[in-house]
Design a protein around this ligand. Structure first.
Ligand SMILES: Nc1ncnc2c1ncn2[C@@H]1O[C@H](COP(=O)(O)OP(=O)(O)O)[C@@H](O)[C@H]1O
Ligand SMILES: [Mg+2]
Length: 251
């Protein structure tokens, strides 16, 4: 059974940045492959990881549904979708990437999600770790995986608004029963090591809390649109995230 690590929080707080560094840690330091799932409709986990998936799950579903009359005899639509999704994975060193994609119009994610459950169920055997970079809300997550997230990171910016939003995300995760394992609040982009909102943080009720610095190197890297593996392991943010991963004791 693989171990599932999720990333949630308001848009722009650093979910994808932190997810890609955690994925890089797992791929480099643990001797087993990790499946990275980009579940944000505005997908950019691949760009940060320097990987590209051939197709998205939504794209595969739409294409097969539009060409249903051309299905080979004896193959179900679900089976075909599953195998094409597996073929579409972006492959990197120690990591593969699966991209959910964006449903057309106001379309719902229910069908792609229920399909993904089946796909993840099968892929689980091949990966010790699954890391899911989520959209800002968590509403879809309960339908997406057939079991809860083992370790949930909630990312916040260093403001009272951000922290209150993190509390709502964690409350929702508990209500939806997607997080029955450990939850860990990360206050990201703290400037000059100062962050005074302790009372606000306590109210979130997270089991673990850590602070991550604003990183000039990350800002420069993202301005150039370069992947995260260009960062030196000795960069402060990388060292801190690797330490968090070590301490998390994922089995
Ligand atoms: N610790 C940090 N220091 C500096 N810039 C950061 C940091 N974390 C994230 N960023 C920048 O903030 C922006 C949003 O980050 P991103 O990871 O895409 O957020 P999200 O996935 O939550 O929308 C990116 O340009 C990213 O480079
Ligand atoms: Mg993101």
């Amino acid at each position: 059974m693989s171990y599932t690590i999720g990333f949630a929080g308001k848009g722009g707080t650093g979910k994808t940045t932190i997810a890609s560094l955690v994925i890089r840690y797992l791929a480099e330091k643990r001797d087993c492959p990790v499946l990275a799932i980009d579940a944000d409709p505005n997908a950019n986990l691949g760009e940060m990881l320097g990987l590209e998936a051939d197709e998205t799950v939504v794209g595969v579903i739409d294409d097969i549904s539009a060409n249903i009359e051309k299905l080979p005899a004896g193959v179900t639509k679900e089976r075909l979708i599953e195998s094409r999704v597996q073929q579409s994975l972006g492959e990197g060193r120690g990591m593969d990437l699966l991209v959910m994609g964006r449903p057309e119009g106001p379309g719902c994610y229910c069908y792609p999600n229920s399909l993904l459950r089946g796909v993840i169920g099968k892929l689980q055997k091949a990966y010790k770790y699954i890391a899911i970079d989520n959209e800002a809300g968590l509403e879809h997550l309960s339908r997406r995986t057939d079991r809860s997230i083992d370790y949930l990171f909630i990312i916040s910016d260093p403001t009272a608004y951000g922290i209150r939003s993190a509390k709502r995300v964690l409350d929702l995760a508990k209500d939806l029963k997607v997080s029955r394992g450990v939850n860990h609040l990360l206050i990201n982009r703290v400037k000059d090591g100062i962050f005074p909102l302790e009372e606000e943080i306590k109210k979130v009720g997270a089991q673990r809390v850590d602070y991550l610095p604003e990183s000039k190197i990350i800002m420069e890297l993202s301005a150039r649109g370069e992947p995260i593996n260009k960062l030196d392991e000795d960069t402060e943010l990388v060292r801190m995230i690797y330490k968090i991963c070590e301490d998390a004791k994922w089995h």
